[in-house]
Design a protein around this ligand. Structure first.
Ligand SMILES: NC(=O)c1ccc[n+]([C@@H]2O[C@H](COP(=O)([O-])OP(=O)(O)OC[C@H]3O[C@@H](n4cnc5c(N)ncnc54)[C@H](O)[C@@H]3O)[C@@H](O)[C@H]2O)c1
Length: 426
């Protein structure tokens, strides 16, 4: 199916973030700095990347921003929800990701970004106790309140459309149940306060009903179940997820394809990391950690294809650990021990020590997802956008298919989709 020819978007685009902690405020402040020419949006494909396109019979690298009509940074307006009332400046200062010098340059603009009261059933995030929360007689009523928030935000900020990226805490691990199987069952569950319906699902339901495209940056069950797929198609809204691919998993999906390309064998991969700040504290709860663990563990098996190479990858021991270690704040440190083997099965080891900054790696992903989901929506694309799997640890894929984890294959798929939007033959 060929897509419509798009022109450059006019008007303002609302970027809504449920959860205005470290990642959200680092994204907002970074965009404010970048659009004033006070900082470089490093790590963002939409701002710095290129797309290989055919021009006059030869392949030419065209700036992605020129190849497809993305919203400009000046057109973005920020909003969101949080269970703490701090504005974006206070929350960014609390997160201690960006320097006082950087925050000072956009202090007034950040101060003006204030979270709306949150939907918060605490059993989904046990370690947090916020006060800036909505009350409602039922979960259906919560959805109605979030829908009102979205309309009011658009009206008050003169936006003609919006996109949303979930940047809220990791919720406890849950699998899809009967209530998640259809629109009717989900609506019934909302009306009857089903305990199976989480905070993030309530936001997602409201956003999709309001035709706001949404990405899920955390590993919880938010968008990836039949009722949500059905609603996204019905309302003509693109969705993507889940769990931003940032530090250790990003490295895993870069290195594992390389080992496989060279037909080197693998016996084990042990990953551990220490992390402070609020995200680390939330992940210290075993039920929230379980969501993260499941999301992080899926990648190796899919990349290595153990069935095709049982001698090389049939018996890989893969472990992932995260420890909450407050002194480290956002400056996560990851260690990987990789036990590999080569010619005649001789063993080797590789150690990776990645001293990264979590939100610095996540912020460009939030920006790209916001702009690319808006692009997809304007191009009339709806439902699950698996070409955005490049950005996620646990990419969504159509039921019955396996998700692609290899970063380089994901990049090809992303480029192919963008070429289609640019109306080039793929
Ligand atoms: N930083 C990374 O590299 C990275 C990578 C992958 C995934 N993530 C995920 O992104 C999310 C955000 O990470 P962070 O470092 O900004 O965490 P954070 O703790 O700094 O921010 C999360 C915010 O969400 C808020 N929140 C929780 N439940 C909410 C609700 N129901 N409604 C509104 N707000 C709610 C919290 O109050 C908090 O301010 C987490 O789920 C994390 O696992 C982050």
């Amino acid at each position: 199916m060929s897509l419509p020819r798009l022109s450059a978007p006019t008007g303002r685009l609302g970027v809504l973030m449920p959860g205005m902690g470290a990642v959200a405020t680092t994204t907002i402040a970074g965009i404010m700095l970048a659009r004033r020419g006070l900082g470089q949006p490093v790590g963002s494909l939409t701002q710095l990347g290129t797309l290989p396109l055919q021009r006059r019979g030869a392949t030419t690298e065209v700036a992605l921003r020129e190849a497809v009509p993305l919203a400009g940074l000046d057109q973005l307006v920020f909003g969101g929800w949080d269970l703490f009332p701090e504005n974006a400046l206070e929350s960014a200062a609390h997160a201690e990701v960006l320097s006082e010098k950087h925050l000072g340059l956009v202090a007034e603009e950040l101060r003006a970004v204030k979270p709306m009261p949150a939907v918060f059933y605490p059993e989904y995030v046990k370690r947090l106790h916020g006060t800036h929360v909505k009350t409602a007689p039922s979960k259906a009523d919560m959805v109605a309140q979030v829908r009102d928030d979205i309309r009011r935000f658009l009206r008050d900020n003169g936006c003609d459309r919006a996109v949303a990226v979930w940047c809220g805490s990791t919720e406890v691990y849950r699998e899809a149940s009967a209530v998640h199987q259809s629109i009717e069952r989900f609506e019934d569950g909302l009306a009857h306060d089903s305990p199976e319906i989480s905070n993030s699902q309530i936001y997602a339901w409201a956003l999709l009903q309001e035709r706001v495209p949404m990405a899920n940056g955390s590993p919880g069950l938010t968008l990836d179940f039949p009722a949500m797929y059905e609603l996204a198609r019905l309302r003509g809204v693109p969705i993507a997820g889940k769990d931003f691919k940032t530090g250790q998993t990003l490295m895993k999906t870069i290195i594992a394809p390389g080992l496989k390309a060279r037909m080197l064998g693998l016996r084990g991969w042990y990953s551990t990391n220490i992390l402070g700040h609020r995200d680390g504290e939330v992940l210290d709860d075993p039920d929230s950690f379980k969501s993260k663990e499941v999301s992080k563990l899926g990648v190796l098996e899919s990349i290595l294809g153990k069935a095709a190479q049982p001698g090389l990858y049939g018996n890989v021991s893969h472990k992932v650990r995260i420890d909450y270690y407050p002194p480290r704040g956002d400056q996560k440190e990851g260690w990987d021990n990789i036990d590999l083997f080569g010619w005649l099965n001789y063993p080797m080891q590789m150690k990776i020590n990645f001293l990264c900054r979590d939100s610095i790696l996540a912020a460009p992903i939030v920006l790209d997802l916001a702009l690319l989901l808006d692009l997809a929506s304007r191009a009339g694309m709806s439902g699950m956008q698996d070409w955005l799997g490049f950005y996620f640890k646990a990419p969504m894929s159509a039921p019955g298919t396996t998700a692609e984890h290899d970063l380089f294959v994901q990049q090809v798929r992303l480029h192919d989709a963008l070429r289609r939007i640019a109306r080039e033959e793929v």
